[in-house]
Design a protein around this ligand. Structure first.
Ligand SMILES: Cc1ncc(COP(=O)(O)O)c(C=O)c1O
Length: 486
């Protein structure tokens, strides 16, 4: 496939309207809406016909990368297939038109779906107490750390348990969440991409509140010493925290509960095929052991006979962390995904994701070195360091892959690998797609430095000066001048 992204000289929707702007008068006040929230001025909307609006947004969408047109090899933050049937379900009136504060007796069906999802996720994680509230992975991490805080406060140990330990492969949100929850952080070195057990043993103490780990880790490696890691952390009285963003590698094979973790956050928008990215709503579900369960945020969903209700009477809870209860649309999509696949189907997803990573890893390992051991789980790393000799950086390679019609992989993470590229294709990508990517990768890696520096040339936007863009924000298209001719 020759890739060429659409390039339109597309103005802002405001600039499209040449006639007078529609003056939409403020609506008659709706009873019950406080005075201070009422619109007082007429709106200033561009006057455009429906086809003009549809064409405008369709053209913009054609100038973008999207999972429906391109494959995404993003490691760590993989872009999963979002089944269209789940989208249809989430858009039905019975789901989309629900109000988060509707009386419980009018949303029994929705509460039942949430309760069933919680029960299923409790089984999948091996951690029975589940809350769907957090709105993103990082939000789940932060809430879990507040739970750990509350637990130590309850035990009278909080003054002493001030430290959270993290491996140097940890996702950046982990130390940030720990710091936000009021802990100091301490990094544990890796050996060959996995936790250095001796370093961990030397670091744990009665100051340790928690060790945060993702398994498989962000190098795609399974931490096979997890049993001893759990014993070490628990032996010092600390809690073991599971960053479940990589759970898609081990579904139905093992689980955080079995590995000895006390609490986990899951990214439904990663493992369970709900939309991810674009700053949209996420779902960073929490799953906890019986010890930490009482500290989960309120409300909790309880089932009494055949009815469901939201229970706020949890004296040890960290309290409320979000308006409403989770992001219902995402929870519904995840539930649909779970019941469509069933237990065996979920196991198949993980096997297939692991197979894809190892198949592609073997192919790409011919072009660039693979740090650490090469038998991986759902993602793998390459180092672009050898390209530096010809003046090429990993960034150039990532930009060049855009010209081949692939979204760039994750780059420069984890930082312990020089010029890192982290690649993950989820289970839905076929062998043909993987072979296509391998061929594109070969063309990119063997291209001339001049081409690599110039890339991307086939996209609607060429290479931008990212530092300048961050420092001099232009929030109006007018500031950018005319689009480049294609
Ligand atoms: C390993 C890991 N942890 C945490 C997160 C944070 O999740 P979120 O982006 O939903 O805040 C991610 C992001 O995908 C991740 O890959």
């Amino acid at each position: 496939m020759t890739f060429r992204q659409a390039r339109y000289d597309e103005p802002l929707v405001w600039e499209l309207a040449d006639g007078p702007r529609a003056q939409v008068e403020p609506p008659a006040p709706i009873p019950g809406i406080p005075e201070r929230f009422r619109r007082t001025r007429a709106t200033d909307w561009p006057e455009l016909s429906e086809p003009e609006v549809v064409r405008h947004y369709t053209r913009l969408s054609q100038m973008n990368f999207g999972i429906d047109t391109m494959a995404y090899p993003l490691g760590s933050c993989t872009m999963k297939y979002n089944p269209k049937v789940s989208e249809q379900l989430a858009r039905r009136d019975g789901a989309a038109a629900l109000h988060p504060y509707q009386p419980e007796e009018t949303v029994q069906g929705a509460l039942e779906i949430l309760w069933r999802l919680e029960t299923a996720l409790g089984k999948i994680t091996g951690l029975p107490e589940v809350s769907l509230q957090p709105a993103a992975g990082a939000h789940g991490e932060y809430a879990a750390l507040l739970m750990i805080r509350a637990h130590f406060q309850d035990k009278g140990e909080l003054a002493r348990r001030t430290e959270v330990l993290l491996p140097d492969t940890a996702h950046g949100t982990n130390p940030a969440s720990a710091a936000m929850a009021g802990f100091t952080t301490r990094e544990i070195a890796s050996v060959d991409g996995c936790v250095d057990l001796a370093a961990l043993k030397g670091a744990v103490s009665d100051r340790t509140a928690a060790f945060m780990l993702t398994n498989p880790n962000t190098a795609g490696l399974f931490e096979s010493e997890i049993g001893e890691i759990a014993e070490t952390v628990h032996g010092a009285g600390g809690m073991l925290y599971y960053d479940g963003a990589n759970l898609n590698a081990i579904l139905g094979v093992t689980n955080p509960g079995r590995m000895g973790f006390d609490v986990a956050h899951l990214n439904l928008h990663k493992t369970f095929a709900t939309p991810h990215g674009g700053g949209g709503p996420g779902a960073g579900v929490l799953a906890a052991s019986e010890t930490l369960g009482p500290f989960l945020p309120v409300p909790r969903i309880v089932k009494r006979g055949r009815s469901y209700r939201l229970d706020y009477d949890r004296p040890k809870s960290i309290g409320k962390i979000k308006t409403g209860y989770g992001n219902f649309g995402l929870d519904l999509r995840a539930y649909a995904f779970l019941i469509t696949h069933g237990e065996e189907g979920l196991r198949h997803i993980s096997r297939r994701a692991v197979l894809n990573a190892n198949y592609l890893g073997q192919k790409l390992g011919k072009f660039l070195p693979r740090p650490f051991r090469t038998l991986v789980k759902h993602e793998f790393l390459l180092s672009g360091a050898p390209l530096k000799a010809k003046g090429v950086r990993t960034l150039d390679l990532a930009k060049r892959l855009l010209d081949e019609g692939y979204h760039a992989p994750t780059i420069y993470f984890p930082s312990l690998v020089d010029e890192a590229l982290m690649i993950e294709f989820p289970e839905t990508e076929s062998r043909r797609e993987l072979d296509g990517f391998a061929a594109a990768f070969e063309r990119a890696v063997t291209d001339t430095p001049e081409h690599l520096h110039e890339a991307p040339t086939a996209t609607s936007v060429r290479r931008v000066d990212e530092v300048l863009a961050a420092r001099q924000l232009h929030l109006s298209r007018k500031d950018l001048g005319p689009a480049q001719p294609s």
